[in-house]
Design a protein around this ligand. Structure first.
Ligand code: PMP
Length: 429
């Protein structure tokens, strides 16, 4: 049998760090990453045949579980027609109609191949539309790896201690203003000073790349107000939260409407897909209708559209998101009870189908500074023990956890039993 360790060694020969996305490498966790062979429902199965209850869900898309038969069926049905035509196809219109129906602030939408492309394109559109260069983002929010947005970012950039990356021109980063998350006064003060030069604010309406940090009441409303006052574009990056926090995304959950929305993950059903859309008056400035250029050889790929549509249709089942949130609540309460019983300083935070576990004595974590002040060593030991007990959590303290509708009560129970055992190990020296 080939082990994960052997595969990792081989992978490192021709792939930088052995991975095609940094967070997969388990850097700082003192063990090689686990190589997976297949996945089904709530489970991942590694190359050594071990089963894990999975709370990563391919980093978000697998909201109905892995290898969903209806999603796979939709892809299979189209497969023999060919993989890509580079022409318009009717299924792209079906996808656009569905997105606009499910997220009413989106009146027009463009499909792309990743979340990174979605945010990068939305930023260009906001800059082109307003004729301004400056953008405002928040510390610890991650919007993909395009130059303008890789400044004080979260996710893998945070885990590896590189909040900004070499290779991002200083002249470009200079146009990116980074403010603390959940701090309306900082936003007001910034706009007081430079508001009329700000093209857009881009925000994760629930931060999921510095663990899971919901917006404090009034934060998103402040963003809406200052953007209206200064004619800046408000962009919600709902790559993670879209169709997960609620059917209509975080904007439906918190009742604040952005001008533009970025989507990814669930919208592609596990295929490489992103999208950005919003107000017609802004979207009409994109090529070929307007002068702002954006394009993609494989954008709107028919197999990817088929997977995404099949998944989105499943989320219409009555009560889907309430049931998902209920599962998250059960998990979080169970974890809290066991941590308290074991005398471990730990709290959980959640929003709809996503959650976070913080090793801290604080009662809440609202921003990047507080997230990075949590006990990293406790997280690493917790992660290792959970993995040992067959529970696959995100291999970083700065990523949100994702629930799926395939997680049955017995999977959650297994997770809580594993956590109880894991918490016991945290007291050992
Ligand atoms: N925005 C957010 C909020 C994300 O969580 C991510 C990826 N985790 C991205 C953008 C980038 O998406 P992708 O990895 O598909 O480029």
């Amino acid at each position: 049998m080939t082990t994960s360790a052997q595969l990792f060694e081989k992978a490192c020969r021709h792939i930088p760090g052995g991975v095609n996305s940094p967070v997969r490498a388990f850097k700082g966790l003192e063990r090689p990453p686990v190589f997976m062979e297949r996945a089904q429902g709530a489970y991942l199965f590694d190359v050594e045949g071990k089963r894990y209850v999975d709370y990563v869900g391919s980093w978000g898309p697998m909201i109905t579980g892995h290898a969903d038969p209806e999603v796979l069926g939709a892809v299979r049905e189209r497969l023999d027609n060919g993989l890509s035509f580079g022409t318009p196809t009717a299924i792209e219109t079906s996808m656009a109609d569905l997105i606009c129906e499910m997220i009413p602030s989106i009146e027009m939408v463009r499909m792309v191949n990743s979340g990174t492309e979605a945010t990068m394109s939305a930023i260009r559109l906001a800059r082109g539309y307003t004729g301004r260069d400056k953008i405002v983002k928040f510390e610890g929010n991650y919007h993909g790896h395009s130059d303008s947005l890789l400044v004080k970012a979260g996710s893998g950039a945070l885990t590896h201690g590189e909040p900004s990356s070499p290779g991002v021109p200083a002249a470009l980063a200079e146009h990116t203003v980074t403010l603390p998350y959940n701090d309306p006064e900082a936003v007001e003060a910034c706009f007081e000073e430079i508001g009329d030069r700000v093209a857009c604010i881009i925000v994760e309406p629930v931060a999921g790349n510095m663990n899971c940090i919901p917006p404090q009441p009034g934060f998103l409303e402040t963003l809406r107000r200052v953007c209206d006052r200064h004619e800046s574009v408000l962009i919600f990056d709902e790559v993670m939260t879209g169709f997960r926090v609620a059917m209509g995304g975080a904007q439906a959950h918190y009742g604040v409407q952005p001008d533009l929305t970025c989507l990814g993950k669930i919208v592609g059903g596990g295929m490489p897909v992103g999208a950005f859309g919003g107000r017609r008056g802004i979207m009409e400035n994109i090529s070929p209708l307007g002068p702002i250029y954006q394009a993609g050889t494989l954008a709107g790929n028919p197999l990817a559209m088929a997977a995404g549509i099949a998944l989105l249709e499943k989320l219409r089942a009555p009560g889907f998101h309430d049931a998902l949130a209920q599962r998250v609540e059960t998990l979080c309460h169970g974890l809290q009870e066991r941590a308290d019983a074991a005398g471990i300083d730990m709290i959980t935070q959640r929003a709809g189908g996503m959650f976070g576990v913080f090793f801290t004595g604080q009662s809440r974590v609202d921003n990047f500074a507080q997230a990075t002040a949590c006990n990293g060593d406790a997280f690493r030991r917790f992660f290792a023990a959970m993995l040992e007990h067959g529970v696959y959590m995100a291999p970083s303290a700065f990523e949100a956890g994702f629930m799926s509708s395939a997680h049955a009560p017995e999977d959650i129970q297994l997770t809580l039993d594993a956590a109880e055992a894991a918490f016991a190990t945290l007291h050992e020296a």
